[in-house]
Each structure stands twice: as C-alpha cells, then as structure tokens.
Ligand binder design. Structure first.
Ligand code: ZN
Length: 91
C-alpha cells in the first residue's frame, strides 16, 4: 500500500501539475473517485494506481455509480471514462 500525500496541488520535479480531484457522477452528483491527476486538461482515463478512493460499483467491465449510471469501462490498468457521465471537482 503506497502512502499518497497529496493534500494540495503541487508541481513535480519536472514541473508537471499534480492535483487531487474528486470525480462525481453527472447524474446524481455522488462521489465516484478521489483521483490524482497529473498534467492539465480533461480526464479521459482514470489510471487505477492513481485512484485513492473508489466509490463505484463494478459489474464485469462496466463501472457504475451507486445510482446506476454507467460511468466507464474497465480496460485493465485504467478505466475509460464516459465523458458525459461525470464531472470533476478540483481540490
Ligand atoms: Zn450517480
């Protein structure tokens, strides 16, 4: 178990923005993931080793919110996110 200390945004040694974000369901606004984002721009994939907290429900390779909304697809080392299904909240 890695210890992830990420209470606020910071820049890595290479100057890349690293930030903690909350990914929420666009339908019910429930929490889906607490996720460490590296770099700027949209979230297209959620790499599993950067997910700090996971509130989703798995059904095979489908990732669902507790409200039932389909959030993404499990691709092994990452989750391919459905762009209309989630919102992100910076932290
Ligand atoms: Zn939901």
């Amino acid at each position: 178990m890695r210890h992830l200390k990420c209470s606020s945004d910071y820049l890595s040694e290479k100057g890349i923005l690293v930030s903690m974000m909350i990914i929420k369901c666009a339908h019910c606004k429930g929490k889906l993931f607490k996720y460490i984002k590296i770099g700027r721009g949209a979230v297209w994939h959620c790499w599993k080793d950067r997910i700090v907290e996971d509130y989703t429900i798995k059904q095979g390779t489908s990732i669902h919110c507790s409200c039932g909304a389909l959030i993404g697809t499990d691709k092994g080392s990452y989750i391919k996110m459905h762009q209309a299904a989630f919102i992100t909240v910076g932290h």
